[in-house]
Write a protein that binds this ligand. Structure first.
Ligand SMILES: [Zn+2]
Length: 263
């Protein structure tokens, strides 16, 4: 390994380079170098070259940059310049929840024939999958307004449902959540498919998140869903994106995250 390689941090450079971090750091290096240059042109030059090299090789030089640079860039309204105007990208999709014992949920789904157990794990029954994927295919064609309307009819409570940040915002009496389009489509299809199998409403709601484990076709675009890892720019800001890398089921075509594998 060369000296340059050992200095490199691939997690913050190359494909993973965060533009807000790079720009913010370059500006800081430049300002510091100019300030020092007033007293000693040589020191200023050393700082400029050293700082620029560090930003180039390591992604950033100011400690804690991944935590503040994206917010700083957003605060001064420059997010769109760095391709971060799509707030949905950094937004953590939440889940519909119901106060149901997971074991009760599992036994209900097994009894209803939705899932079946084999030695190596749980499987989704073929007839349920067919119905489920058909509903997803229909919902996929809906625009955000239509999808929001369908979500509000599907959830077993009164809720204000509206398109928000490229996804769906659900504001109900007990929960206020935001979901990506892909997850909203999957969950609505789950509620309909389980209702078809006679599963009670509270269980249907609680099953929406675990059912996403069985998704093989992207709810949003129809592309193949695969196990992969995602890394959000700079480790991101919210909840699960704090870990730099995590395993997910995601669409290999549109990158929609369908299920988080490691919590
Ligand atoms: Zn997709």
């Amino acid at each position: 390994m060369s000296l340059v390689d050992s200095l490199k941090r691939p997690e913050y450079t190359g494909q993973n380079r965060c533009l807000p971090c790079t720009v913010v750091n370059s500006v800081i290096v430049l300002v510091v170098a100019l300030a020092l240059g007033i007293f000693s042109p040589f020191v200023g030059l050393v700082v400029l070259v050293g700082g620029a090299l560090a930003v180039y090789l390591r992604g950033y030089v100011v400690p804690g940059t991944p935590e503040f640079a994206p917010q700083l860039v957003a605060a001064v309204g420059l997010s769109h310049v760095f391709g971060h105007d799509d707030e949905g990208e950094l937004r953590e999709s939440e889940s519909l929840t119901a106060d149901v014992n997971p074991e009760v949920m599992l036994s209900t789904l097994l009894d209803a024939g939705v899932l079946y157990e084999e030695e190596d794990g749980l499987y989704l029954a073929d007839h349920v999958r067919e119905d489920w994927e058909e509903t997803m295919a229909t919902l996929r064609k809906a625009d955000d307004e239509e999808l929001a309307d369908t979500v509000s009819t599907a959830v077993p409570f009164d809720a204000e449902v509206s398109p928000q940040f490229d996804g769906i915002g659900i504001d109900g009496p007990d929960m206020s959540v935001w979901m990506s389009r892909a997850q909203a489509i999957a969950d609505v299809a789950t509620i309909f498919a389980l209702s078809e199998q006679g599963v009670p409403a509270s269980i249907r709601l609680a099953a929406t998140e675990p059912m996403r484990m069985f998704v093989e076709v992207c709810p949003d675009c129809g592309g193949p869903v695969e196990e992969t890892t995602v890394r959000n720019c700079c480790g991101g800001t919210a909840g699960l994106y704090d870990s730099p890398e995590h395993a997910v089921l995601a669409c290999s075509e549109c990158d929609a995250v369908v299920y988080e594998l490691d919590e």
